[in-house]
Design a protein around this ligand. Structure first.
Ligand code: XMP
Ligand code: MG
Length: 177
């Protein structure tokens, strides 16, 4: 098992590149089936979901739109829970079939706070696809429609996820030692 250092912390390999790619393809296959003949709009939440969104999108065979928005609730290793920014949502969601792409759902507060803003625009449907979910940490009620991996309540980096800005470029996902 590979051990890497990011800033002052050590992380060990948790999900390999191959494991992640296979699972992302499975999620895309499920979406291809569920949305066959439809044209959903994906809303990818930056920064963390950029890699997940790019890979998932490549595995889609249906027609689909994508846009990227930015919310922030994280500093260092603890979720502050406060959504500080929400920029980039220019598309009109009325009557659209929307799928949110999130890198990780931790406490659930970010999405729990953000969903009403989207529902206000009356999309035809609204689903959530999260690559990672920490069920033990989730305090806010949320229905996750597509989940890549349920993981323990430990900090992870890689594949778009960062620890204070670093680690996003890693092809694998690493867990805090
Ligand atoms: P909440 O608690 O609102 O948090 O569900 C969601 C956001 O927090 C970030 N997050 C993490 N980032 N490693 C990270 O690099 C983690 O283990 C982690 N847990 C939560 C992430 O930005 C997510 O969108
Ligand atoms: Mg994020």
């Amino acid at each position: 098992m590979a051990i890497i250092n990011v800033h002052d912390k050590s992380f060990e390999t948790y999900l390999s590149e191959e494991t992640i790619q296979q699972r992302v393809k499975e999620l895309a296959d499920a979406i291809n089936e569920d949305y066959s003949g439809h044209r959903p709009l994906f809303i990818a939440i930056l920064n963390g979901s950029f890699m997940f969104a790019a890979d998932l999108f490549k595995y889609l065979t249906i027609e689909a739109d994508i846009c990227f928005i930015k919310l922030a609730s994280y500093k260092g290793m603890k979720s502050s829970g406060k959504v500080v920014t929400s920029i980039g949502l220019e598309d009109d969601l009325f009557d659209k079939e929307v799928i949110i792409l999130e890198d990780i759902v931790d406490t659930g507060k970010t999405l729990h706070n953000f969903l009403p803003k989207l529902l206000h625009q009356q999309p035809r449907s609204l689903k959530i696809a999260a690559l990672l979910h920490k069920p033990e940490a989730t305090e806010y009620p949320l229905t996750l429609d597509y989940v890549g991996f349920q993981i323990p309540n430990k900090f992870v980096v890689g594949y778009g996820l960062d620890y204070d800005g670093l680690g996003r470029n890693l092809k694998e996902i690493y867990q805090l030692v």
